[in-house]
Ligand binder design. Structure first.
Ligand code: PLP
Length: 389
């Protein structure tokens, strides 16, 4: 089957060519990294080399740790549940209104565990964005108090690409409320913003392999130096008892290769992403005077969320798929279901406006002319759909 052009990189990037090459060269057959025989030790070396590459990409310094997980969903769930599972925190504090503070714009892998805890009587507050999709530092900060034990705010939103002031928020909160752990979901920021973990000032950070050009089913939780959290999974002593379960060596290897490639190429990658995103944006603006962007200036360089009045995003996604272009009518996890995006609704768009919004998220590298052809198809499909209205 001929492969499609991926304008849906926020859903999954696909393997980077470098990652594919390295995986083929290294092979696919690994034994258990906890075994002391040479087969196990070969797997152990791969896992530790990958940890080193991920640490390097994220600028980790002494004591800051990479705990491999099955993806960002697991990393995010681990974070949300760790304070609830902590026996040192009293039930009274867990039930206080602001025990967890997060935002309405988070990925479901934060929102759903928070909703589950709320059902169990735990206090959770959700910050609201403004109409531009921004979360203002002072408004977020005002939700936090002395009972807050966890703050979770994503670095960049997966549907709009909008960036949030996590470093500023982390700085304010850690200065005044030292009992609160601060977490950021940086899934859509790694490789798209040039940053180091330490400069964010957070305690915990989630990343996902398949958004970076590694395999699906692998990710990591980054933990600041000296911090121990209650694990979500109990079992063997893997990952220094932070995450039980035999390591996904192949997935971890792919994440290490992607991290190595990004460490060397992220600056060029970021500028290519911007060039590609701007090509899409200017074509839309040149051809359609009525488009409205749900992505504002402070955003990751590869994402555009755009409303095309009168056109149902679901119909456009299907029409483009038929001509070999993948994009999305919302987050991948939500777009298979009817109903508008929770992110756009939280920003104040109505059901109709949200259902007319698409997400275009580009990669840095395409085959020659591939992106231009995809843009032509996008413009042609929109024009035809407007004509038949
Ligand atoms: N967080 C964000 C912002 C995401 O975009 C995603 C995936 O779409 C996730 C978390 C979940 O990542 P994973 O697929 O690795 O579980």
């Amino acid at each position: 089957m001929k492969s499609s052009t991926n304008l849906d990189a926020n859903a999954s990037h696909g393997l980077l060519p470098y990652v594919k090459e390295q995986m083929i060269a290294a092979g696919f057959d690994y034994l258990n990294p906890s075994s002391i025989h040479s087969g196990g030790q070969r797997a152990r070396i791969i896992v530790e080399e990958s940890r080193h590459e991920v640490s390097k990409l994220l600028g980790l310094t002494d004591g800051e740790r990479v705990v491999f997980t099955s993806g960002a969903t697991e990393a995010n769930n681990s974070v949300v549940f760790c304070r609830y599972l902590d026996p040192k925190i009293s039930d009274a504090v867990k039930k206080s209104e602001s025990f967890i503070v997060t935002s309405e714009l988070e990925h479901p892998s934060i929102l759903e565990p928070c909703n589950k805890l709320a059902e169990l009587g735990v206090g959770v507050k959700f910050a609201k964005p403004n109409r531009a999709g921004q979360i203002k530092c002072d408004e977020f900060y005002n939700l936090v108090d002395q009972d807050t034990r966890l703050v979770s705010l994503m670095y960049a939103n997966n549907e709009t690409g909008n960036i949030f002031p996590i470093a500023q928020i982390a700085h304010e909160i850690s200065r005044n409320y030292s009992a609160a752990l601060i977490h950021t979901d940086a899934v859509q920021s790694v490789g798209r913003i040039d940053f180091d973990f330490s400069e964010l000032g957070v305690d915990l950070m989630s990343i996902s392999g398949h958004k970076l050009g590694a395999l699906t089913g692998v990710g990591a939780l980054i933990i600041r130096a000296g911090l121990e959290i209650e694990p979500l999974l109990y079992g063997g002593p893997q990952e220094k008892r932070s995450r039980a379960g035999t390591e996904n060596v192949l997935g971890i290897a792919s994440l290490g290769y992607a991290a190595r490639w990004l460490s060397e190429n992220k600056v060029t990658q970021i500028s290519k992403l911007k060039i590609n995103r701007d090509k899409v944006k200017s074509s839309l603006l040149n051809n359609f005077s009525d488009v409205e962007f749900n992505t504002h200036e402070a955003s990751i360089p590869n994402t555009l969320n755009v409303r095309i009045p009168g056109i149902k995003s679901h119909d456009l996604v299907v029409a483009l798929d038929l001509v070999g272009v993948c994009l999305s009518s919302g987050a991948a996890c939500a777009s298979g279901k009817p109903g508008a995006s929770h992110v756009l609704l939280a920003m104040g768009l109505d059901q109709e406006q949200a259902s007319e919004s698409i997400r275009i998220s580009v990669k840095a590298d395409y085959e020659p002319e591939e992106l231009e052809h995809a843009i032509d198809k996008l413009v042609t499909c929109i024009t035809r759909m407007k004509d038949v209205r």
